[in-house]
Design a protein around this ligand. Structure first.
Ligand code: ADP
Ligand code: MG
Length: 313
């Protein structure tokens, strides 16, 4: 162990004190500089924390002040300037420290509450805009929608009472709003706690094709057993004996047996779909295609929606 004389000890203490003072002086100077900024001093004045503690966190407080100022001038979530959209970097005192955390803003909270229903729906490659579909911002132009909306109303009433009901096979021209309409129905039911699954069917097939073992089973089972299912754009896939006999057939069979409501959209009528599913057109294939169409007919009512193409671009 080293032995110091009392003189040496005193010199060391004096140096330590000097350094500490100097450091405190720097902290204080930085803090006072930052305090010149209006939003900074507004923030620290509202915190009710002693200056000696505040000055240890100057740069973080500056960041928090900038974010708070951004919030003051906020117009909407899309143009939020904060580091994490919809959150504000916020200080609070805890014992002898200041803790900073990202707090959700009121706009974001409102949005989250509004979208809470989406937790009830599993989406497989359904565009975000469609996932937000609602009856509120619905086109009311085309007469073709009236019978479909009437059907929706009676389906909702029956399903909410009995957990049963016949689905819909909605066919019609490209971009007429078939997917949108069914998404609006699923969303409405999700707001009432009904769980469902919306699947872009050609993509489901691609996904299943590249999955193996338990991953395949998991996806397949989720679709097969969903309380409500939408198979979107059926007929747009590359029909193969596998997709028809190992995927579509068993899904429909299970849902018929369990009486699970099933919905479809397609650019093809059922007659056209039958031809497509017949693939090689030999008699065995045609029988298999017929069987699928019969299952679809058992599971759903058929309606048509033709309207101008609503897609942009
Ligand atoms: P389809 O499935 O018949 O091909 P979509 O449902 O994808 O057509 O609709 C095409 C576009 O029009 C989408 O971008 C969708 O957001 C919009 N759209 C369709 N129907 C409505 C509606 N009733 N209200 C508002 N937007 C709609
Ligand atoms: Mg569609």
């Amino acid at each position: 162990m080293l032995n110091y004389s009392w003189k040496q000890v005193n010199v060391m203490k004096a140096i330590q004190n000097y350094l500490k003072k100097n450091e405190t002086g720097n902290l204080k100077r930085n803090y006072m500089d930052a305090y010149q900024n209006e939003s900074f001093h507004h923030l620290v004045d509202t915190l009710n924390i002693e200056e000696n503690l505040l000055m240890k966190y100057t740069s973080q407080l500056e960041e928090a002040a900038v974010e708070k100022e951004n919030c003051k001038h906020c117009r909407n979530l899309v143009t939020c300037k904060n580091k994490m959209k919809g959150y504000c970097y916020t200080p609070r005192k805890e014992k002898q420290r200041i803790i900073f955390s990202y707090e959700m803003c009121s706009r974001k909270e409102k949005q989250e509450a509004l979208l809470a229903y989406q937790k009830n729906i599993h989406y497989f490659r359904i565009p975000k805009q469609i996932a937000m579909a609602s009856f509120q911002d619905f086109y009311k132009d085309s007469k073709g929608r009236v019978p479909i909306l009437k059907y929706f109303q009676s389906f909702m009433e029956e399903y909410l009472k009995t957990k049963k009901g016949k689905g819909l096979y909605l066919c019609g021209s490209f971009g007429s709003g078939k997917t949108y309409m069914l998404a609006a129905l699923f969303n409405e039911l999700a707001k009432k706690g009904v769980e469902s699954c919306m699947v872009y069917y050609p993509e489901l097939l691609r996904l299943l094709k590249s999955s193996f073992g338990s991953s395949y089973e998991e996806k397949f089972t989720m679709v097969k057993k969903a309380p409500l299912l939408l198979l979107d754009d059926i007929g747009a896939e590359n029909v193969t004996p596998w997709s028809r006999d190992e995927v579509l057939g068993p899904i429909l069979q299970y849902r018929m047996e369990e009486e699970l409501p099933t919905f479809f959209t397609s650019n093809f009528t059922l007659e056209e779909l039958e031809k497509l599913l017949g693939e090689t057109k030999n008699s065995i294939e045609m029988v298999k295609a017929r069987r699928i169409i019969e299952r679809i007919k058992q599971l759903s009512e058929s309606m048509v929606l033709n309207s101008k193409n609503r897609r942009e671009g």
